[in-house]
Design a protein around this ligand. Structure first.
Ligand SMILES: [Mn+2]
Length: 376
């Protein structure tokens, strides 16, 4: 096995290093609780979070005293720069064989494995090549470490939201009769990229007219017509972090029923956002929005949960959902996105994201959400 001297291992007091050190310390507390001799990480999200390495292929092996990153010749220099706290190992001859050699050399036994990322084939390979290993699946134990965002993450998230916000404002004048949903999605994504986004958080949703009844209607070749509502659910990706917001705008005057639905969704969104508190359960938080819609007689047309956390993934736990009986911890981010979807008529969704604290919330978005009627 070739171990590369990590030239970038010079002292680094940057905030990012401080954050990564804290994250590794949290993982080592988990290792102690679970009596693990090591943890194997290969998912991109946790690799980035623990090490700073943003390449697409590597393994991290973390023991109580050491941390290693194994990657190939395409990425050795990048990994050395991005993950200076990790000992760099050249695994060009094969990522998993090199990792298994290291596991054997370190005599690791109880080994935590990322159950959401390690494939069945990979786990069989580890079992066959490291017979001494007792695999311990790690799922929510790992993602829970990422629930409360540190200041560095919050800065990246604020930037991701600011880019989406400004990208959307710049796209509004482009929304005209005759434009296709795809053209609107492409223009929004272009605007976010030109402002500095690394990409889009997910495939942009543009659902106009009766297609608005599809909560996740991705953009099609359909052309926008006067009088239609247009639901746009989008986000910018920045430094690995995702923003996620939704607005429904109208091209020309909406029908009376669509206007009514808009006002109910807006009321539900504001009521939930303004009254949400840490220590409420996810179910109680969901009910803040759901009750407004039910009281207005549209409960059967709101069939998804009210919100989710987000960060390095678009959907993270916890959720604002009838299925979440757990208290919401202070410091989490959560989306508030009620909607009403009526087949054959159309739909409205409004989504913002807030940071939760004991005494209230702070919104990450400043995009207005009063009914917006665009000129045809
Ligand atoms: Mn969302």
């Amino acid at each position: 096995m070739i171990r590369k001297e990590n030239k970038m291992k010079a002292p680094d007091n940057s905030e990012a290093m401080v954050c990564r050190t804290r994250r590794l310390a949290a993982l080592r507390r988990l290792m102690q609780e679970e009596s693990l001799t090591g943890v194997l990480i290969n998912g991109r999200v946790h690799t980035l979070w623990f090490s700073g390495f943003s390449g697409t292929e590597s393994y991290l092996l973390i023991t109580p005293d050491e941390q290693y990153i194994l990657t190939d010749s395409r990425y050795l220099e990048q990994a050395g720069q991005q993950a200076p706290e990790f000992e760099l190992i050249d695994a060009t001859s094969g990522h998993l064989p090199a990792t298994c050699n290291l596991i054997t050399e370190l005599e690791l036994t109880r080994l935590g494995m990322e159950s959401a990322a390690l494939s069945y084939g990979e786990s069989i390979f580890v079992k066959e090549n490291c017979p001494q290993v007792e695999p311990v699946p790690l799922g929510s134990e790992l993602s829970n470490l990422r629930r409360i965002k540190d200041n560095l993450e919050l800065r990246n998230l604020r930037q991701a939201f600011a880019l989406a916000d400004e990208g959307f404002r710049r796209t509004l004048p482009f929304i005209k009769a005759g434009r296709t949903e795809k053209e609107i999605a492409a223009t929004l994504e272009y605007n976010m990229r030109m402002l500095g986004a690394d990409g889009s958080s997910f495939t942009t949703i543009v659902a106009s007219g009766t297609r608005g009844a599809l909560p996740h209607g991705v953009a099609t070749d359909k052309r926008i017509e006067p009088g239609e509502g247009i639901t746009i659910d989008f986000g910018a990706l920045y430094a690995g972090y995702h923003s996620d917001l939704t607005r429904t705008v109208f091209l020309g005057e909406p029908s009376a029923e669509m206007r009514k639905i808009y006002e109910i969704v807006l009321k539900a969104q504001l009521h939930c956002q303004n009254n949400l508190r840490a220590d409420m359960t996810g179910k109680e938080g969901d009910e803040l929005a759901r009750k407004v819609i039910e009281d207005a007689g549209y409960g059967r047309y709101f069939r998804h949960s009210t919100g989710h956390s987000l960060g390095l993934e678009v959907h993270e736990s916890p959720s604002l959902s009838p299925n979440n009986p757990d208290p919401l911890p202070a410091g989490i981010l959560i989306t508030v996105e009620p909607g009403i979807y009526i087949p054959g008529l159309g739909g409205v969704r409004i989504e913002d994201t807030v940071i939760l604290s004991e005494d209230g919330v702070t919104s990450l978005t400043e995009l207005p959400k009063e009914l917006l009627i665009l000129p045809t």
